[in-house]
Design a protein around this ligand. Structure first.
Ligand SMILES: NC(=O)c1ccc[n+]([C@@H]2O[C@H](COP(=O)([O-])OP(=O)(O)OC[C@H]3O[C@@H](n4cnc5c(N)ncnc54)[C@H](OP(=O)(O)O)[C@@H]3O)[C@@H](O)[C@H]2O)c1
Length: 245
């Protein structure tokens, strides 16, 4: 008999229409979880769900923009109605702000980056908490970045959004300890997705000998975090990077 690590669990992955989110959603489904996959691009989201179903997994697509509070509310209402609760939330949806110095950068890009990477994450976590409590235990995994710990010239918006997300991770972890809900950050390091710019590849991956990985190579750590005991690690950052950050 095959033992599935997430049998019977309900997991919601934001940004599941491509990249790391799609890979984590598929990996969780292959381990027996029921998936709610969300993002803005309906076609790409449906592709994720079809692939999961073809492999025998269970998945639903719910289109939502995480910067729109009403859409986030509806997403979690669907989850509550369909499953009565939630076991795992992966706060993965995010955007890059590209390379712009503070002096010459576009303030609108700054605002949009914070709106997506921080406020969008906050809205999803806020709506998920009652559903995680309803199951008596749970996991929240936020997708962080080395830039959120150390910054980098030209990356102020992204770095600030991820630094604040890391702080949010630690604060929510402390608020939820007594409810058996663990909240941890996963820092994937450079991953071969549409988000990785040529500039980052040249300046960081090649010069600093970073591990450039596939989205699938992030999944084992995402599974590790989703399968820790109820009283396991919380308020921690887990990184797949090769250098001290
Ligand atoms: N790739 C890397 O090297 C790397 C390194 C460190 C951390 N990360 C983090 O890992 C996470 C995933 O990144 P990725 O590389 O997989 O990027 P990606 O391929 O660009 O995917 C981003 C995902 O976020 C979704 N998304 C963006 N804005 C959204 C919004 N307003 N509402 C709902 N969904 C939204 C996108 O879907 P739609 O466009 O369909 O909405 C997409 O599914 C991000 O948080 C990123 O910061 C990535």
């Amino acid at each position: 008999m095959t033992y599935l690590r997430l049998e019977g669990k309900v997991a919601l992955v934001t940004g599941a229409s491509r990249g790391i989110g799609r890979a984590i959603a598929s990996a969780y489904a292959q381990e027996g979880a029921n998936l709610i996959c969300t993002a803005r691009s309906e076609d790409k989201l449906n592709e994720t769900v079809e692939t999961i179903r073809e492999l025998g997994g269970s998945a639903f697509a719910v289109k939502a923009d995480i910067t729109a509070a009403k859409e986030v509310q509806k997403l979690f209402e669907f989850t509550a109605e369909r499953f009565g609760g939630l076991d795992i939330l992966v706060v993965n949806a995010g955007m890059s702000s590209g390379y712009q110095s503070v002096e010459s950068g576009d303030p609108e890009v700054w605002r949009q980056t914070i709106e997506t990477n921080l406020f969008g994450a906050y809205s999803c976590i806020k709506e998920a908490i009652p559903l995680l409590k309803a199951r008596g235990a749970g996991k929240i995994i936020t997708l962080g970045s080395g830039l959120g710990h150390n910054g980098r010239p030209g990356g102020s918006a992204y770095a600030c959004s991820k630094a604040a997300l890391w702080m949010l991770t630690q604060v929510v972890a402390q608020e939820l300890t007594e409810h058996n809900i663990s909240v941890n950050e996963l820092v994937p390091g450079p991953v071969e997705t549409g988000m990785l710019s040529d500039e980052f590849r040249k300046n960081v991956v090649e010069k600093e000998h970073e591990w450039l990985k596939t989205p699938e190579e992030v999944c084992e750590l995402a599974l590790f975090l989703a399968t820790q005991p109820d009283n396991g690690p919380s308020a921690q950052s887990f990184s797949l990077m090769r250098r001290a950050r």
